[in-house]
Design a protein around this ligand. Sequence first.
Ligand SMILES: CN1c2c(nc(N)[nH]c2=O)NC[C@@H]1CNc1ccc(C(=O)N[C@@H](CCC(=O)N[C@@H](CCC(=O)N[C@@H](CCC(=O)O)C(=O)O)C(=O)O)C(=O)O)cc1
Ligand SMILES: N[C@@H](CCS)C(=O)O
Ligand SMILES: [Zn+2]
Length: 783
Amino acid sequence: MSTASTTQEQGHRPGATAAGYPRQGRDRELKRALEAHWAGNLDAVGLLDVVAQVQDQRFAALGGAGLAEVPVGDFSLYDHVLDAAVLLGLLPARATREGLDASTSEGRLERLFTAARGGGDTAALEMTKWFDTNYHHLVPELGPGSRPVLDPTDLLEQLAAARSRGLVARPVLVGPVTFLRLSKPADDAPEGFATTDLLDTVLPVYAELLGRLADEGVAWVQLDETALVTDLDDDLADLARRAYEHLSGVTSRPRLLVGGSYDRLGDAAQVLLDAGVDGLAVDLAGASRADVEAVAGLRGLAGKRLLAGVVDGRGVWRRDLGAALDDLEVLAASGAQVDVAPSCSLLHVPHDVERETDLDPEVRSWLAFADQKLAEVVTLARGLAEGRDAVADELRASADLAASRAASPRTRDAAVRERTDAVTSGDLARDVPAAERRALQAEELGLPLLPTTTIGSFPQTSEIRRARAAHRAGNLDLAAYEAAMEEEVRVVVAAQEKAGVDVLVHGEPERDDMVRYFADRLEGFVTPKHGWVQSYGSRCVRPPVVVGDISRPEPMTVRWTSFAQSLTSAPVKGMLTGPVTILAWSFPRDDEPRGVSAMQIGLALRDEVADLEAAGTRVVQVDEPGLRELLPLRAAGREEYLRWAVDSFRLSTAGAASTTQVHTHMCYAEFGAVMSAIDALDADVISLEAARSRMEVLDELAAEGYDKGVGPGVWDIHSPRVPGEDEVVDHLHEALRRLPADRLWVNPDCGLKTRSVDEVTQGLAVLVGAARRVRDEAPAAGA
Ligand SMILES: CN1c2c(nc(N)[nH]c2=O)NC[C@@H]1CNc1ccc(C(=O)N[C@@H](CCC(=O)N[C@@H](CCC(=O)N[C@@H](CCC(=O)O)C(=O)O)C(=O)O)C(=O)O)cc1
Ligand SMILES: N[C@@H](CCS)C(=O)O
Ligand SMILES: [Zn+2]
């Protein structure tokens, strides 16, 4: 039976849609407007004007691509989890100052941004990673007394905006289970309270929302339950069952499409179907035929809607459309009403690869950003609805591109392969164990007890950014640009010497981004010029793309570290970004496992470490803030991931002489799940974010038997507030209760690039002053 006749019999014509689209505007108009608004240079009316323009752009792209249904509710001024808290009336009370009028758009904006960013004495909501992506969401705070109240104002506005353009709109919202799972107990919540205790409290509000949307004539609503894309335990399955039995039972409602992204739904899919949902949205990016058949074989799928995410929504490679159609036909044969979509919101990819005119045309032809992905799902839906002949040209072009990429010499470098194949376990181990290295390094470096250092970056001032922009635009030649950066290094070194810091850094002024800087200097990467994606709020990054095998044509950092070292007799740390983080913050290739690229980067960094040593560097830091981020959502893939993550780090650092002190640094993470891997990295010193968690991370390290140097952050650099010396001394005392003095380092939580010069001057003085005070009392404290 042909696919076309199957679909006709069911009376369903496959269509294309998406769960979300980039939000910042093609030229980051929203980012600029938000930042102008926060700086007091654009009023609420001006901001909302830009918002309307960005909405226009988005609907033009979504509708113009030929989607049968466009998402609404995915667009956000700051973050979609925060928006869900607004929708449910669950913002913390502190976000609403006395007298604020939440019925006006000015009042709503002020409340939203207070929750997101804090202000005055009001603390912002915490921010954390959105699953295993490089997007960060805000964390709602809930307690047993939380009383949700529906506030659909923003959603209904988006719905009206889409409809006014003649588009069929499907609200895409965070589902109740995921919302509660991603929230945290408010500070005053009693011990034992779990946010999921509120399921029965929030479900009536979701039900009310469904009723409201039904009144508006909305046909379908999509609830995103990505929290279910983990190992499904009984509690989680029970939450999903209760939630969707309740919502399916609502009498007046649109039809319910429920799904999750970034991996397979697994057993949760059956739970949802059994609970009575009308459709499933499944992420099939990189799915095997067995994965596809597992979906097709779900009990009760026939007749239900199946949004098949067969185009990778967070990667940047063109899909092999023929192979995708094979999968779609298997799914359609199940009797499900199949529609086609990217596997997740397109929030994670840039807008349009056609703008990348600086990229080699061959490489560009292999890439697909948001707009190209929309075209792919539209083609696939047509192919499924009308048969392959209807899209024969597209299928042929897609097959040709896949073949050209597979055969391209760009993707494979025999010399690199030979080197990685020759790596032995000996290459992954330092010459002598950590305890012996400690003694050798103490002698080499002659540092005081409780040495002070920073994490690497110093303020990226507007002068630095302007100089770089001028250089890129061709208005400042390389020599003048480098001279300006050297001047900055002089200032940074002088500031550290004046403060009395023990291990200095050069400040990283020459780096636009700690990953992109390296990708720009490594073979095997391309760095799209317009490839911005949202990281959090208004902040964006331009992830590099791994195109082929990776190698280092020449030293990448040595000139800067050597220059800084030439200015001082104190040791200057060489600063490198580690292989896992370079990969975590890049778009990986899809024709090789990530571990292959990681080992290649490991070798490139190993050469860099050797060159730094040859130039006289005695301390090298290899940052790995991305280590936790790539940990697979499901336990099954974790062991293999941690093996290559640890091996690639060790490959980059283990060639260092025993006298060379290797540091690593991590932040943004709950370290618990990767503690044993952190130990296995075998770095001599690790600096970790800890200031806000009262040094608890040291307990986790101790539990792992960690016996190397540790610098728990004693200065929360995410806040403009510089801690007082007493506060830092308290942190150090707290640390010394868990760690002997000869293993404790004194440093901030992370780099100083987002802080002002004044804050850094003050902070360094505090850091050094506190370290000196505790040093004087150290024999007692360390005992
Ligand atoms: C630490 N994090 C990082 C992640 N991923 C990375 N690849 N890099 C990271 O550092 N993931 C996890 C976290 C996420 N956190 C952040 C924190 C802060 C930002 C941020 O501030 N981003 C900046 C852009 C930074 C940048 O690339 N700067 C460029 C300038 C680019 C630019 O905007 N140029 C202007 C012209 C310049 C001018 O006139 O001023 C232009 O093109 O229009 C540089 O320094 O050269 C942001 O503004 O959003 C991101 C993630
Ligand atoms: N060396 C980097 C690490 C950030 S995680 C910095 O200091 O900015
Ligand atoms: Zn950091």
